[in-house]
Each structure stands twice: as C-alpha cells, then as structure tokens.
Write a protein that binds this ligand. Sequence first.
Ligand SMILES: Nc1ncnc2c1ncn2[C@@H]1O[C@H](COP(=O)(O)OP(=O)(O)OP(=O)(O)O)[C@@H](O)[C@H]1O
Ligand SMILES: [Mg+2]
Length: 623
Amino acid sequence: MPEIDDSKPISAYVRRLWRPFTLGTVTLALTNLFDILTPFALMKAIDAITASDSKKLHEAIGLYLLFMLGTVAFRYQWRLHFGKFHHSVAEDLRNRLFSKYTRLGPTFFEKNPTGELMSLMINDVNTFRMAVGPGLLILLDAFFLIIFIVPFMLSISVEWTWKTLILLPFIPFVIRFMENRIATASRDSQDRLSEMSGYTQELVTGIRVVKGFSQETQRLNSFRVFSNRFATASNRVAKYDAMFEPALQIGVATGSVILLAWGSRDVLSGAVTLGTFVAFHEYIKRMVWPMAAIGSGLSLVQQGRSSYARMAEVFQAAPDVKNLGRTKIARFESLRVENLTFTYPGAGHPALSNVSFSLRRGETLGIVGPVGSGKSTLVQILGGIRPAPEGCLFINGETFENLDLESWRARLAVAPQDAFLFSRTVAENILFGRDAATKINGTENTDKSSDENSEPQDAELLEAIAHADAVALREEIDRLPLGFRAWLGEKGVNLSGGQRQRMTIARALAHTKSADFVILDDSLSAVDGKTEASVLSSLRRKNIGSDEKKESEITTLIISHRLAAVAEADRILVLNQGSVEAIGTHFELLKLSPTYRRIHELQSETKSSGAEPKRIETEGTLL
Ligand SMILES: Nc1ncnc2c1ncn2[C@@H]1O[C@H](COP(=O)(O)OP(=O)(O)OP(=O)(O)O)[C@@H](O)[C@H]1O
Ligand SMILES: [Mg+2]
C-alpha cells in the first residue's frame, strides 16, 4: 500500500484507494452526461409539440425517460463508491492517529492538551473526510457538468453562449478571495473548538478538585468565555459561507436575463426553435449549480487541508525514545546504570545527575529520597519511557540503545505512582496487558481473553483473585456488589486511593507470569502499615499470585517514602536532589547517609507516637 505523503494527502489517498475513487468518478461522469441529455430530449419534445408531430413526440418522451433512468441508476452508483472512498479515508486516518498516540511518549502528551488530541481524532478527521468526500465530489461534479454543458450550448449558438456566460471568468477571482477568508476563519474556529473541549475535559476529570475548592462558578464563567469565542469564530465562518453562493449566483443568473433579452428575438424571427430556446435556458440553469459548487467544494477542500496539516504535526512528532535496537531480552539478568544524567526538556536543572548503581537477577533494590528527588524519573527512564543519554544504561551487559524496547518492556511489571485504572471490571484491570506480554515472549496465548472485549473466564478469574490475595485486596473486592466482576468507574473512581494502589500492584504481579522485574513506585503510600507489611511479605517470598516463584526468578525495585518498605532490601539507594547520596543495606545507610538517618529517626518517632509516617518533604525541612 503506498505511503501517505503528508504534503499531498488528498492525491495520496486517491492513489491508495484508487478503485472506489475511479468507480465513483466514472459513474458520476455518466450521471452528469445523462442529466445533460435530458434538456436535449425536452427540446425534441417541445419542437415535436409545436410541429404537432406525435411520432417525434413519442420518440422524445422515450428518450427523456431513458436519460432520466440513466441519471437515477448512475447516481446511486457514484454515491455508493464515493461513500466507500471517504469513509475508508477517515478510518485509515483514525487508525493512523491512534497508532501514533500509542507510540508517542509523555513529552508529547504534556505539550498537547487531551481535548485537542480528542478533537483531532473526531473533528479534524471528519473535516478531512468532508474534503475528500463531498469536497472532491462537488468539484468533480462541477467539472463534468461544465465540460458537458458548454459544448451543447456552443452547438446551439456560439453568440448566445458567450453572451450568457460572459461573467464566468470573474468567478475564479471571487472564489479565491472567499476561499482565503473561509480558510482563515475555519482554522480559527477549529482552534476555539479544541480550546473549549480541552477545558470541558479538564472539568470532567478534575471535578472533585473543582468542587473541593468551590470553583464551579469561576469555571462556568471561564467556560462561557471559551464557548462565546467559539460561537463568534463559527459565526465568522457562517458569514463568509453565506456570501458565497449568492455572490456566484448573481453572476450566472444574469445569464438567464441576457438570454431572455437577446435570445427571445431569435425565436420570434424564426431563426431558432422554441425547443432550442428552452433547452438553452435549461443549460444556463444547470450552470448555476457547478459555479456555486466550485466555491463550496474549494472551501471544503481548503478546510480539510488545514485539518490535515494539524494531524500531520502529530504524524511527524518524534517519540521520546526511539525503538531502533534489535537485541531481544527474553530474561532479565542484570542492570547497570552508569553516570546517568537527565534533564526534562525546558527544565533549568537536571532531575537526575550522575546516578550509578547496578542490580542482578533475584535481588531487591529499595530507593528512598525526598519528594522530587528523581525517583519516578529514574523508573520512567528504566522503562524506556523517557530517553536516557547514550551509554548510561546496560541490560544484561547490552547497551540500552541496542535493545528491542518492546521485549525489554515485556520484562517489566510496573506499578506506577499514578494509580490509573480503566473503566472495565476489577478482574480485567488486574489481568490487563498480561496477554500482550505473553505474546511478545513467544508463548502465544490462544484463549478468549486475548480479545479486548471478552470477559475473563473462570480460570482467569481465579488468577485475578490470587493476585488480589497477594496484595491483601481480596476481601475488599469480594465486598463489592459484583465482586471481581464489578465494573470500575472512569479511572477506578469507585475504589479508595489505597485500593486503587493495590489494584495496580496486583496488575503488576499478574504481569509477572511473563515479566521478571517488578517495579513499585511509591505504591504503598496510601495503605496502612499492616496491609503494607502483608503485601511486602508476599513480594519477599516471591509468592506472586497463584505461582510460587523461586527466589532467583523475580528482581524487585521498590520506591517508598517509608523505610519499613525497603529496610529488608538487599541494597537501598538514597537519592537526594537527583544525585545518589549513598547505597547500602539498612544498617550501612544508618551510618553512611545523613538523609537516611534523618528519615529513620523521624519515622521511628512517629511510629512510637502512633501517627502515620509523613511523606518526606524536602531536604532539610521535613524528612
Ligand atoms: N514531566 C515533567 N516535566 C518537567 N519536570 C518534571 C516532570 N516530572 C518531574 N519533573 C521534575 O523532575 C524532578 C524529579 O521528579 P520525580 O517525579 O522523579 O520525583 P520523585 O522523586 O518521584 O518525587 P515523589 O516522591 O514526589 O514521587 C522534580 O523536580 C520535578 O519537578
Ligand atoms: Mg515519584
């Protein structure tokens, strides 16, 4: 299939989907030809009537009927083929956009608001569809009508033709002027629409915060401003659109008046028959539509082009991390991080500087450090979500750039700090992504669960239950009305913060069916001490869900603000303002790291006073 050239998207799609396009065009041309022939039959009929020739009249009626039927039959055909053409274009665009969204990294999504990305998928795709569907169609229709009508007119009278169509050459200039106005106005209106839908999206997702801060009225007022801007911009488009057709129609309608003034004299003098006069008038009337249509067609195409330009920006956006390597990682053996420094785009100072450490299969590494010290950044770099400078990361001794990223990600079972869940059942959330990982590892999963929309089967349900058990969540889920088949609201709103966190750990554990490197990014911050201890002990025993894994099979990286979660790790890394302050065991760090010692002292105090340990705020303030 030919690639789509982003600078010439319309012709590229015509080439790719040439079959329905060609069939549509040919049947459209035939429809127009038959349509143009009907005034010819009318002319014959009128002349037969004036000559009182009933034989000729019958012939003319037969012809008229034939041309009408031809028009109807071919009209059905072109509608069918053109419909197929533009709907296939829209489908392809939606798939290309979605696939690009899945490949782009966080930098892109941080820069582009969700509302705008949604609007691209829905409005811009539709605007482009309108350009290649109705837009192109109108232009082709106009083209065929003109090239069929004009010879008929010329064959009747060259003088009548030039006199009645004299205003025609001005029309392209009017079109050019209007087209530019409409394009600018519609670009502006699309931008306002994206702005407004982005604002709505933010309200819907952040409704709890909005209500919590009593910001409803303020939000509504701002929304009214956005909504009004969109309405004003849409009105501007409507204004230019409204001018279009009347402006063009005036030009062509003048033709009719001219014919009546000049042509009727030729009929009266007997130089031309009445039938010819009527047929000619029919042709002038038929010229009104293509002339007006050229304008709307061009405006649709213009709007489609600007929508495509917006989509092309997404198609051309580069992912944060390029997946160019070939080395597949089928089993995790070792990780080495050497002098890793990372700065977020546009940030003044690095989030990580000169971080070095290593980890072998089966080990547990704890990471602690104040808020903003770079812990989550490190996890994202390890997961290939943010780019690491070349030569800083080595997996199984191989440099990161040479890895097949998908195979590496399939090794990882990550419970991210942001406990995001999908609007699906509890069981489906726990088993999310497990099949994809199994496929990547070559043990193709053929059961029904590989279908996104299928409900988990009994065996899978048991597996989900086992994982929930491992994170001390089973009883709480059982208490939900439908238990493991309970439907979660958007982002899991009907679960508590702590339950959501444990769901993400259970989801990560379900992944260990194929993955062998577990990463928990502050995943126990919203659970009580007892639950935390129970989750950690099942992790420590490597008792992952239904499978009792051997000690050496799972490597674990635990980020936590609470030392209790990492105290038993083989090694603990203390991060402070992006740098490694120290690495060692719990007891070594108590001697080596002032930060670690302070956290320890603070948490021992809170423990003895019975309060929940606090999050580590900033260096030197609250640790
Ligand atoms: N997307 C981003 N763009 C720019 N800067 C960022 C981004 N995410 C994080 N940072 C900055 O990078 C630094 C490290 O952030 P990171 O999220 O890694 O901290 P953390 O140690 O995980 O903190 P916490 O304990 O609060 O989870 C912070 O200074 C933060 O402001
Ligand atoms: Mg973090």
